[in-house]
Ligand binder design. Structure first.
Ligand code: URA
Length: 447
């Protein structure tokens, strides 16, 4: 018989936990059989002792099985999704989901809200009037079958063990523990019933993982455990030393996503990341044999307007306007005050404090300080210059969109030193690295 105290002693002493122990633990999290004190001790023991790849896979599957696992029967294409560790101006999900759906994938995207300085896909979509991010399981099934995609919020029944463990991690100093992050992310992705996943691991001064080595280690662990758990997966480590798009803020990002899908020009960096992730996902889902074939398909669904059509159908099916893509800006809120931040010297932009820009969007009301804060969908930044751009004194570095002049001036003041301008500067790489699971993860597949 499994007992909490024995399990805790085993982990404390560095002994590997078995599948049965970890399934027992996930059950005890849900049933309440394990007390907060015991779970806190478990989390801290994992933080101190780490977990083998096998333990991480067992914990992930046990957390997945703590609730409903969605199953999509008889779909004529692979069920695919992407996950990003979060950044500023990261609107990739908004465009990649309809592009992949237009290429023949089915995308049941379960997304999150803004966290700290990073934006959330659900908050962005809710800037579209009527768009509903809460859907029942039966309507999700109908949406996926009919439209090829949906984007909704986490339901209470998917991986519920994660909810209690996450709250306890928050108060026990164990949020940054890699095995716990891996199990938290993948238990929810596996509960979506996916057949392929691509991960965008951001690194840089606007990312949660500022250092490349940390991002690489997390990406590697995620790929390894996903594949060991039976989910084909690859990851890209991408740059977050500047906003990915030139806009950040909920309605501003939706407007840029609509521009992207309608074939208007968008920043090259954004395009590059969308295509690179799309290439990975189409290959993981066996919709393309190689990167060149995947890129050609992704180009084709943009040029033909098919991807825009998929987005339009998703918006209408989830409660938004039926003609959203014909005139997106007429539906999106805009801020009453728009002020520029101007360069104070000549030179090239050599550093952008991306965290500060994300915090500025949040301070304008575009994100939350506390869980129940109301979001102002209209505020944010646009026209942000990129690293390496040459500027003259008085040139615009960005435009601030605010609810009032006082608020705009306050936030502009906080951004005065967010841009460094020096004699010379070159733009950083966009995609640093591709990661996939070692073949041993497939061999050690765990059920
Ligand atoms: N996202 C999650 O869902 N869980 C984590 O632990 C970190 C990011």
């Amino acid at each position: 018989m499994i007992d909490a105290l024995d399990l805790l002693r085993d982990k404390r002493d560095g002994k590997p936990l078995s599948r049965e122990q970890l399934y027992w633990l996930a059950d005890a999290v849900i049933s309440g059989a394990a007390e907060d004190a015991q779970l806190g001790a478990f989390l801290m023991a994992v933080y101190q002792r780490g977990m083998s790849a096998q333990e991480q896979a067992h914990l992930t599957l046990a957390m997945r099985d703590s609730g409903t696992v969605l199953r999509w029967q008889d779909l004529p294409g692979p069920v695919l999704d992407k996950h990003s560790t979060g950044g500023v101006g990261d609107l990739v999900s908004l465009v990649l989901a309809p592009m992949v759906a237009a290429c023949g994938g089915f995308v049941p995207m379960i997304s999150g809200r803004g966290l700290g300085h990073t934006g959330g896909t659900l908050d962005k979509l809710e800037s579209i009037p009527g768009f509903c991010t809460q859907q029942s399981e039966s309507s999700m099934d109908a949406l996926l079958r009919t439209n090829g995609l949906f984007i909704v919020g986490q339901s209470a029944t998917l991986a519920p063990a994660d909810r209690r463990l996450y709250a306890l991690r928050d108060v026990t100093g164990t949020v940054s523990c890699q095995p716990l992050i891996v199990a938290s992310i993948l238990s929810k992705k596996l509960a979506e019933g996916l057949q392929g996943l691509v991960l965008d691991i951001k690194t840089g001064n606007g990312a949660i993982m500022r250092r490349h080595a940390e991002a690489e280690a997390l990406g590697q662990a995620l790929c390894h455990v996903a594949v060991a758990a039976g989910l084909p997966c690859s990851a890209l480590v991408t740059d977050m030393n500047q906003p990915l798009a030139s806009s950040a803020g909920n309605a501003l990002e939706v407007a840029m996503a609509a521009d992207f899908l309608r074939g208007h020009s968008v920043p090259e960096r954004l395009r590059e990341v969308v295509f690179a992730l799309g290439e990975e996902l189409l290959q993981v889902g066996r919709l393309a044999a190689d990167a060149a074939g995947a890129r050609a398909q992704l180009e084709a669904v943009l040029v033909s307007g098919a991807a825009a059509e998929y987005f339009a159908r998703m918006v209408a099916a989830q409660g938004g306007p039926g003609d959203f893509m014909e005139r997106p800006r007429s539906y999106l809120p805009s801020a009453p005050v728009q002020l520029p931040l101007l360069a104070t010297e000549h030179g090239a932009v050599s550093n952008i404090d991306t965290l500060r820009l994300g915090e500025a969007v949040r301070n304008l009301g575009g994100g939350r300080r506390q869980l129940h804060d109301r979001i102002d969908a209209a505020v944010g930044i646009s026209d942000c210059v990129q690293l390496g751009t040459r500027v003259h004194r008085g040139d615009r570095l960005l435009t601030l969109h605010a609810a009032s002049e006082t608020q705009a001036r306050e936030v502009l003041g906080s951004l005065a030193s967010a841009f460094m301008i020096t004699a010379e500067a070159s733009p950083p790489a966009i995609i640093y690295q591709r990661l996939s699971a070692p073949t041993s993860s497939q061999e050690k597949r765990i059920r």
